[in-house]
Write a protein that binds this ligand. Sequence first.
Ligand code: AMP
Length: 936
Amino acid sequence: LPLGNYFPAFWCIFMHHFPHVCKGKHQIKAQRWEEVSIMDEKNIPIRTYQVCNVLEPNQNNWLRTDWIPRSGAQRVYVEVKFTLRDCNSLPGVTGTCKETFNLYYHESNEVRESYIKESSFIKVDTVAADESFTQVDVGDRIMKLNTEVRDVKVTTRKGFYLAFQDVGACIALVSVRVFYKTCPLTIRNLATFPDTVTGADTSSLVEVRGSCVNQSEEREEPKMYCGADGEWLVPIGGCFCSPGYEEKGGACKACSAGFYKAKSSDAGCFKCPPHSHSVRDGATVCDCHSGFFRADSDPPSMACTQPPSAPQQLISVVNETSVVLEWAPPRRLGGRSDTSYNYPRMGSGSISSSQLCLPCGSDVLFSPGQTGLKTTRVVVSELRAHTHYTFIVHARNGVSQASGAGAAQSVSVSVTTNQAVSSILAIDVTRHSLSLSWQQPDRPNGVILEYEVKFYEKDQKERSYRIMRTFSRSVDVTGLNPLTVYVFHVRARTAAGYGEFSAPFEFSTNSDPFPLIGEGVNSAFLLLSVSGVGILLLISAAVFIISRRRSKYSKTKQDSEEEKHLNPGVKIYVDPFTYEDPDQAIHEFAKEIDVSSIHIEKVIGMVGEFGEVCSGRLRVQGKREIYVAIKSLKAGYSDKQRRDFLSEASIMGQFDHPNIIRLEGVVTRCKPLMIITEYMENGSLDAFLRKHDGQFTVIQLVGMLRGIASGMKYLSDMSYVHRDLAARNILVNSNLVCKVSDFGLSRVLEDDPEAAYTTRVRRKIPIRWTAPEAITYRKFTTASDVWSYGIVMWEVVSYGERPYWDMNNQDVIKAIEEGYRLPAPMDCPVVLHQLMLDCWERERAERPTFSQILNMLDKLIRNPGTLRRTGGDRPAGTMLESGMGSEVCVSVLPEVCVPEWSVCEWLQSIGLERYRDTLAAAGYTSLDSLLALTHQ
Ligand code: AMP
């Protein structure tokens, strides 16, 4: 306590019989106050100042302290401990005895005032005892100690003196403590408020401005008030932790690695958004993973994104000198929604010369525009005729510039505009001549240097024709035979070369020797015949065939079993475990088969401890005998094993799709329990591919993937999440049709040899095939099935290679977490690897749906050229390079393939291979021959 002291240590009494006490600095002038040693109630000796002149009237005995420095205090507190004798207990003191004393103070700058007048002291208070005592009986120790506190404002001098005036009481001062109050140093709202001395008056508040703690900045001026009793009041304003720091226990602590805080006003540190990281503490923004970017306008809370992939399926339709370009949005939008399209480069060049492309002139018109297009269609007009143009459509988004991405996001198409002399007129006709004229072609690609006229007798066809050249837009053709029909074509020549010949125009000579001029009528009988009729007929015939083929395809597609199920919401998978009685579920979804109709042939596989898979035959009454697989559970199983075993059938029995293994029925009424499914001659896909390493064409592999995707789309439409999609769980039949198998919840996790325990979850998970969110949070969804599908794609294209080779599971999890993804297998088409990478997007919402995957694969099958580009070291697509017609079917299917394999493969790719024999028998053995297919 700054000023508080027990007076025996500081005080000195002026007493002749204690002269030694009066030495030293802290002297007190006293009259009849005596320094006396007494024992306190604990029998410890204490020094007191006593006065007790109760018998004498008019007492005025003063006891004064040394100078006490104020030390900045404005109001000081004086705590006095004393004992006081009850006057009533003293005989014969009536009138003279008092039971109070007075407390005085005197402010002064003088440290050692030897004499201070009585009148210089200001009275603080008259102090009475709460408890007085009646007799001093040291033996009984009944002395009663009073504690009284008085406060006084001391503001004018550097210090003060205190004095005690006795007016005739019997008092012993035991201690005097002098102190002042402060509001202690504190931190409020991230601002530090210093130790503050309270105000002079009991009601005064001292306004204090706080200062922001380390690593923080002012939000609003931090202020608080220090009350007279030393309490802080009314905090106002405060500070925010600086970017990169967050509040913890009243201080600002740096965000740890993996977290960031961008703005001081943010509530705290946030986890780095997807595709970004922070390696050091105190990050204000997270750095993007390599390959990911952030646009200047992207907030730090936004995931890092990528530029879009190239626009897809750019098609062009040329109409004379205008071109309509249409394309599909990029497959991968990079996690952004601000894709737009530009033509960063576009050029024109002449067809015949090898000159370099030049940028298009400003006279070319783009509708709706050339840059920043949000639509996927543009009409380019006012092009030059008969000119070669390359249009490069560039997909951009907010991070295209930051990523420096270029060609990867663009797609180009080259077109040639038409040079057309659109019509030819015969202005004069005679027996031997024809005068013709025509209009200049629209927007020629340069100055027209001359026209070339080709003509021949219609009957002669083009076997013999004549050519005439002219600088003007008319020509007189002479030396013709009378009454003969001639066919004319005109083409123009510019510095760039000749354009296209016009369509044929037919004119006939007549029998008149002279032209009939002057009659006011152009008597030439103008035979402006649209001789393209023949061609038109041909075209319409072709259109008819093609459209019929198309409609046939789409119709068959609609008719296919697959399409029947495309209406989601109609049928939803029912979890058999929701049935209290598992037998009820099994009989609802599976047919009970009489065991006598099953003929088991051989064991083809084992399942767990009690199960085996056999092949055999099933003959149901009234139906032809079929090959089946029989999965059986031998005696000795537990209830749980029975339930789990049958759950697979309950699940399978709900599905009906060409790419899902079909359940024929179950045997539950006798032992062993059996599940009968269709027989898949080629067993599981992984083993099948390993056995036939490198033997399939890319189209065949894509065909298999298409089948699996189709089955998975069906399952996802039924809201069934497979959880263990892997090549080992796909079965292949003799037609190379892949079917998804292995259903049942516990089977998935318990029976799969690939399923392993992870450190985070208690159930087993096939780590290599499973999406990160499913491993970490058990978040199994269709999107996690899509991840697994990507792994299956990789397995298929690599012919059954083990995903992540011999890396251990923990390393796989870590690698995936750090952004590693399986590279493209050898000879893998770039588009397929890209599709795999899309399936392995960390954000599950970014992964494609099975429906999108299916569409994509269908497109690839329809345009095999897109599969040609590979990233591998072998020459790209050797088999494809040689052209579709030169490939042979794989050896496993020799009997199903006609020598012109492409019909077979085409049927396979669209899932209609069941028609191959019918087509082959009808003589449709090549794609060319299919063109001649008629309704009949
Ligand atoms: P699973 O119960 O699917 O694990 O069956 C074990 C093994 O039996 C599989 O890997 C296949 O080789 C074989 N298998 C299962 N079902 C069939 C089936 N329907 N057709 C042919 N082989 C099958």
